[in-house]
Write a protein that binds this ligand. Structure first.
Ligand code: SF4
Length: 356
């Protein structure tokens, strides 16, 4: 990294969390990356979306601690962006945050965790949502509603609609504010348990892959657009797979870890990196006793994050879309930088140094 950042303006993209969440990337790791950039002659700044940067100092992300400014990607007020046209479902224009596009180098440093929209948040998600301004982040989330899933003419009975809403234990189905015959499915809360389908009249409701997978396709497109604003070789990625919580750091709280720590990963290839992280974390079982009471496990098929968020939230999908867009390769070689059997033991005053 040091050899690559001389005279570069380096955006160090983190998710700095929200509220009292303390399981984001610890400032001690961020400071190490900032120091490395400075030693290499680069000019770093830490950045994230405006509503997370606001208050980031309460979680330890300050210029004093990290060694560089902490800035909102879209400027104060989230109004600074570059528009890129690429029609995709409900999205016409993608608004890349100004400070990201202005940077000449990016270090994409992600905390690995579960995510309610797609099962998993890694290096893809850190760019896909975190490098667009709020307006585009909203439209990315809205892609889930692009394909129709509720057909009100097939369920004219109000009592049945009320029962449908009540049968969902996760509050994922709600009535439209303006039209009581219209129902909305909150994809984030839905774990595809199927209870609602047992109540819904035939043809009235779909719990369908088209409404779930599209978010990941949108994320791959978003990453493609942001990466296209950098010269080749001017992006690298890091992932911290520790304290992996069930949902995104946006939620502003820290849950119990649902997977054992897996380490720190790095690669220039964004596809390979998330693939390696998923493969490594997928070797472990979901720690079911740590799953919050507002969630449930109703299947044990697939990656642990899929077990947590439901079968239609396959965390690998974004990598299939990303690979198809030419963003990298799902093939990789994992090189262990600090193999356990090569650890040097440091003597401590009251614990004798020993390799045994
Ligand atoms: S599938 Fe299950 S979680 Fe999803 S809306 Fe229906 S009842 Fe709710």
């Amino acid at each position: 990294m040091r050899d690559r950042v001389k005279d570069e303006v380096v955006a160090l993209k983190l998710h700095v969390g929200n509220n009292i969440g303390y399981s984001t990337i610890h400032p001690v790791f961020v400071r190490k990356v900032v120091n490395a950039i400075k030693e290499g002659g680069g000019k770093p700044f830490v950045c994230d979306v405006d509503w997370d940067v606001s208050g980031a100092e309460t979680r330890g992300y300050t210029a004093e601690v990290l060694g560089c400014p902490v800035l909102p990607v879209g400027g104060i007020g989230d109004k600074y962006y570059y528009a890129h046209k690429r029609p995709f479902k409900n999205i016409q224009e993608w608004k890349v945050a100004g400070l990201v596009q202005d940077a000449t180098f990016m270090i994409n440093f992600a905390h690995i965790k579960g995510h309610p929209s797609c099962g998993f948040g890694g290096v893809f998600k850190n760019i896909a949502l975190g490098c667009m301004i709020g307006e585009t982040r909203s439209t990315i989330h809205d892609t889930c509603h692009y394909e129709p899933y509720w057909f009100k003419d097939k369920c004219p009975d109000e009592a049945t609609r009320k029962k449908l809403i009540q049968v969902c234990p996760h509050g994922a189905i709600v009535e439209d504010k303006n039209d009581p015959e219209e129902l909305h499915l909150h994809i984030e809360q839905c774990n595809q348990c199927g209870r609602c389908l047992e109540v819904a009249p035939p043809g009235s409701l779909k719990i369908d892959a088209a409404n779930f997978h599209v978010f990941q396709e949108a994320c791959a497109n978003s990453v493609d657009i942001t990466l296209s604003t950098f010269e080749p070789g001017k992006i690298t990625n890091l992932a911290l797979a520790t304290q992996m919580t069930p949902v995104c750091d946006c939620f502003g709280f820290t849950g119990m870890a649902v997977l054992p720590d897996a380490g720190i990963f790095g690669s220039d290839d964004i596809v390979a990196l998330d693939q390696a992280v998923l493969d490594m974390t997928g070797r472990s079982k979901l720690i079911e006793e740590n799953v919050p009471t507002f969630m449930e496990v109703h299947t044990r098929e697939g990656h642990p994050f899929q077990v947590l968020h439901g079968p239609l939230k396959d965390p690998y999908l974004v990598l299939e879309y990303g690979e198809a867009l030419g963003l990298g390769s799902r093939d990789y070689e994992l090189i262990d930088i600090l193999p356990v059997d090569e650890v040097e033991y440091a003597p401590m005053g009251y614990i004798p140094a020993s390799a045994d």
